[in-house]
Ligand binder design. Sequence first.
Ligand code: NI
Length: 185
Amino acid sequence: MIRDIVQYGHPVLRQKCRPVTEVDDSIRQLAADMIETMIDANGVGLAAPQVGEDLRLAVVDVSHDPECITMLKVNGADVELDEIMPLVFINPELTLSQHKESATEGCLSIQGIRAEVRRPSAVIAKLTLLDGTQLEIETDGLLARAIQHETDHLNGVLFVDRLPAVTKVSMKNRLKRLLEENQDA
Ligand code: NI
């Protein structure tokens, strides 16, 4: 089932989400709905708070662009991108690289705004899957970025918070307008 995507200004987007302690049918349904919603919206990722659920669960799919990463290891072994996409993950813990790079980001909860965000270029992510398996994914490129963007959502952080101060100033009126539009809706 496709769910409504919560828009900028909704308080759930600013919440630090609760860990998922048990994967039951409602969590499995939520994950399936989130994948469907993400695909329908042409997104590369979606976090539970974006469909109004205060839980540490997110989905990512970058399989449309296999060239978007240069490295992908699961528990230390090389794997193909297709083998782990779409990725549903619970309670992520990230270790970030020192090296950073910039790329354009958008967000399904912040319509019409895209901007360059500087983030660590690689990540080691400890994740739990829906079947309870814990794994460690090491990657870079778009997948590293998407995992960071979605994990930020679980902490109430949005990509516009990570813009350089000067960009934030120029973005301020657009965000304010968006806030007003969403509050009227
Ligand atoms: Ni987002």
